[in-house]
Design a protein around this ligand. Structure first.
Ligand code: B3K
Ligand code: ZN
Length: 893
């Protein structure tokens, strides 16, 4: 059996004994044998030098899959004495460094063509490209591969001029020219010291879409997006998004770009979405390429958001980076917060918030409740690649958002200014960030460390009581079951900012007049935040009529599970009248959850009458919303998904039963809306030429929801309408929304439309992915068997992560009914795919395996099947460390 991965602990952190101020790299590119020469200027870290101590510690350089050709020392490049160094599988150790400062020269050979892991230097469809975060740089050259060693890089690339015309790396281009023998070279210099994980190199036959950007301080930056030849026109939207993001970061955060050039490259084979390498972002091409015939509105929105996210890393991640990988959330949580704010500013704030909360509830809450739960800043990890989770990213962003909520925008900005000023050019910790925010923001935020250090979603209960003097008291209690389960003595109350409003029964806002002891917990720039920072809290408000309505956790001000004593009529009132769009939506979700759970528990009449009341509350407002805010209309008509519902059920979950109740309730809702569904569908039609504007996207999103509901209400008529939409679609969004609706059915039209789609669009890889994903999301019986058959399709390849994720990633994460099939067939299918992918690409395989993270909440029969499958995997000798880490945690937690 392969060894269990060694756990790394935050408490073992020690600063690097040696620093590398400058490095010069030369790449002589050949597909099977690239040679990398490195000249390192090494220096003792003064922080580690003890007074009087003169013995020099060894210099350890990480290495993986490198063939060492040569190692030399000193300016004069003397061969290094065999006794002065040790070469191991995972390291080159200079056992006897000659001095406190010296130069080291290494030469290694690597094989990019054979690199199927897509970590280090590899080839994607003939293009050389790199991925170094977190630990890929050690697969390129020997190096102290940790984020707290920051160096100035000079990179020279040499390659065949015809085969490899474009040569790119980080920083600014400084020189290029011809060599003899048909080769050419380019030299790039990055003036900003950076950790190795931000290194990048791209070389190949590429075409660019170019533009310029003038920064707030008047400098011109050359922008280019590089894509495979013939695809440049499809990068237009990405380029526009980049300029928008650059301007936004100047305006909202005062952050100006700092190099002469900014390059982005799109490649088809990539382990994740994109990578923020300094001055040279590398993207999965699905997040660059778009035109109306190949991309949906959602694709456009993703492109805009991911371009922004990677760009924003230039300051939060690159200029200020992480001291160690435990601090990953320092750059990721903060940068997700920043990209969420960008999208909120350029699109709809309320809709963005709803989408983010939906993501939290469907993926992060289940993760935080299951065996793979971990704190946003973990104290140990087994495999670094598995730390890139929804918890680190999305919950990490929620913590920043809570601090923003508490401080208000102006004070938050001051805190960020202190952060940028104080830590520019350094590798820092979450504590450093909180200290800067506290100081600049003028409020002690140190209690938020508890959010970073404790796993689990806090549960908050809210009860109301009234007295005879017109006072309302809110009784708040918090409890974090997961943190309790992990270390009861260490589970501490977390600071929970709850935004509050009170309404009279006409829907008019009442002023908040806190009185007594609890009043000091009412805070925030607008005085509408209740800060629940102890286990229990009571807050009393004066002058509140008995029938006043409470709206709490507005805008989802804290990522918690809230259980309140608000009754059905109050929730219906909020669904109609809350002036916080998020909480209006939230009231609908709460009602929908209780209707579906009632239905599941056999209380069908209660469920259906609740749905009747919801339909009645919403119906009169639908035509207005369709005109005024179609994107919000789309959200308010969507029901919570099975994964979210499963969190509410908590244990002994039967996803199929949940799915059936959900469908029944939705069908009832849809029938109550009756003819207004097709009417709204027509009312929402976009007649203007296609543009991915918030307005048009909103209309089409609402159309998608109407069509899906119509299909639920009346399969025959719905499928007929969907087929007509499919046939007359004028862009990919319309095609896809028709297929989304058909894919909810088991009708012949579904099969027909899918076959036709394949015929018309199957030659385009990104569209093939959509086609595969429809199969993966289908809840019909034959789903699992069909998915395996699709891997035999000539267009499918196990080597491309997009293909693999479209089938098995979607299946595991977005098809709970079939993945958790009672007979275990879904588990078996996924395990089979994990094994197959693991042999080529462990990172991608481990990501697929994360679907097993919520098996413990299933009912006994499924639980047994899942456990058997996981145990089978665990016994597999060939498993990679990445997959083993997931499997063992899933079994043990
Ligand atoms: N920082 C990268 C993610 C790297 C994942 C490494 N396994 C993209 C991002 O979050 O912006
Ligand atoms: Zn990121």
């Amino acid at each position: 059996m392969s060894a269990a991965p060694k756990r790394i602990h935050l408490s073992d952190y020690a600063p690097p004994e040696w620093l590398i101020d400058n490095v010069a790299l030369t790449f002589d590119l050949h597909p099977q044998h690239t040679e990398v020469s490195a000249r390192l200027q090494v220096r003792r870290n003064p922080a580690c030098m003890k007074e009087g101590g003169n013995a020099l510690p060894p210099l350890r350089l990480d290495g993986e899959a490198l063939e060492l050709v040569d190692v030399r020392i000193g300016e004069e490049e003397r061969p290094l004495d065999a006794r002065a160094h040790v070469v191991r599988d995972d390291a080159l150790i200079i056992t006897r460094p000659p001095a406190e400062r010296f130069t080291l020269h290494t030469r290694v050979r690597i094989n990019p063509a054979a690199n199927t892991q897509l970590s280090g230097l590899y080839m994607s469809n003939g293009i050389y490209c790199t991925q170094c975060e977190a630990e890929g740089f050690r697969r390129i050259t020997y190096w102290p591969d940790r984020p707290d060693v920051l160096s100035r890089f000079t990179v020279r690339i040499q390659a065949d001029e015809k085969e490899v015309p474009v040569l790119l790396s980080n920083g600014n281009p400084v020189e290029s020219g011809r060599m003899d023998d048909g080769r050419h070279y380019a030299v790039w210099q990055d003036p900003y010291p950076k950790p190795s994980y931000l290194f990048a190199l791209v070389a190949g036959r590429l075409e660019a879409l170019k533009d310029t950007f003038t920064t707030a301080d008047g400098r011109t930056v050359d922008l280019a997006i590089w894509v495979e030849p013939g695809k440049a026109a499809r990068a237009r939207f990405a380029l526009e998004s980049l300029k928008k993001a650059m301007r936004w970061d100047e305006e909202r955060f005062g952050r100006v770009y700092d190099l002469d050039v900014f390059n982005i490259v799109a490649v088809p084979d990539f382990n994740m979405g994109a990578m923020e390498n300094k001055g040279l972002n590398i993207f999965n091409d699905r997040y660059i390429l778009a035109d109306e015939n190949t991309a949906t509105d959602r694709d456009y929105e993703n492109i805009e958001a991911i371009i922004a996210h990677e760009y924003f890393h230039n300051w939060t991640g690159n200029r200020i980076t992480c001291r160690d990988w435990f601090q990953l959330c320092l750059k990721e949580g903060l940068t997700v917060f920043r990209d969420q704010e960008f999208t909120s500013d350029v699109r709809s704030r309320a809709v963005k918030r709803i989408e983010d909360v939906r993501l939290l509830r469907s993926l992060q809450f289940p993760e935080d409740a299951g065996p793979l739960a971990h704190p946003v800043r973990p104290s140990s990890f087994g495999a670094i690649d598995n730390l890139y989770t929804v918890t680190v990213y999305e919950k990490g962003a929620e913590i920043v958002r809570m601090m923003h909520t508490l401080l208000g925008e102006a004070a938050f900005r001051k805190g960020m200014d202190v952060y940028f000023e104080r830590f520019d050019g350094q590798a820092v910790t979450v504590e450093d960030f909180i200290a800067a925010l506290s100081e600049g923001g003028g409020r002690d935020l140190s209690a938020f460390m508890r959010w970073y250090e404790q796993a689990g979603t806090p549960h908050v209960t809210m009860r109301r009581s009234h007295d005879d003097e017109g006072r309302l008291t809110l009784h708040l209690v918090q409890n974090n079951p997961k943190a309790q389960e992990a270390k009861p003595e260490k589970a501490l109350p977390q600071p929970i900012p709850l935004r509050l409003a009170l309404f009279d029964k006409e829907g008019k806002r009442l002023p908040l007049r806190p009185v007594g002891e609890g009043a000091r917990h009412v805070t925030g720039a607008a005085g509408d935040i209740l800060l629940l920072d102890s286990t229990a809290l009571e807050i009393t408000f004066d002058d509140v009529p008995r029938d006043a309505v409470v709206s709490l956790n507005r805008g989802f001000s804290a990522p918690i599970r809230l259980e309140s004593d608000l009754d059905r009529d109050t929730l219906l009132f909020l669904l109609k009248h809350d002036d916080d769009a998020f909480n209006r939506w939230e009231a609908g979700q709460t009602l929908a959850v209780s209707a579906i759970l009632d239905h599941l528990r056999g209380k069908t009449d209660d469920a259906l009458s609740l749905i009747d009341a919801m339909a009645e509350a919403l119906l009169p407002d639908l035509p207005r919303l369709a005109n005024a805010d179609p994107a919000f209309l789309a959200e308010i008509m969507k029901f919570p998904g099975v994964q979210d519902l499963a969190v509410h059920v908590g244990r002994d979950v039967d996803p199929e039963a949940l799915h059936l109740s959900r469908e029944a309730v939705m069908a009832h809702f849809a029938r109550r809306l009756g003819e207004s569904l097709p009417e709204l569908f027509s009312q929402l039609a976009v007649t203007e030429p296609y543009a991915p504007t918030p307005e048009q996207c909103g209309r089409r999103a609402a159309q998608a929801v109407m069509l899906a509901l119509f299909v639920q209400a009346d399969a025959a008529r719905g499928a007929a309408l969907a087929m007509e939409v499919f046939r007359t679609a004028r862009n990919m969004t319309e095609t896809a929304l028709a297929l989304d609706a058909l894919n909810l059915t088991q009708t012949p039209q579904r099969d027909e439309a899918l076959a036709e789609f394949r015929e018309r669009f199957g030659h385009e890889p990104l569209l093939l992915d959509k086609w595969l994903a429809w199969h993966a999301r289908w809840t019909g019986e034959g789903c699992a068997a069909r998915l395996w058959a699709l891997t035999e399709d000539e267009a499918f390849t196990w080597r491309n992560p997009n293909r693999v994720r479209s089938l098995f990633g979607v299946f595991g994460m977005a098809n709970p009914v079939r993945f958790h099939a009672a007979d275990g067939s879904g588990y078996a299918l996924l395990a089979r795919a994990v094994r197959k992918v693991d042999a080529l690409n462990p990172q991608t395989a481990a990501r697929l395996a994360q679907a097993f993270g919520n098996w413990r909440v299933m009912e006994p029969q499924r639980r047994k099947k899942a456990e058997e499958t996981l145990k089978g995997l665990a016994e597999d000798d060939a498993l990679s460390a990445d997959v083993r880490d997931i499997v063992e945690r899933a079994l043990s937690g």
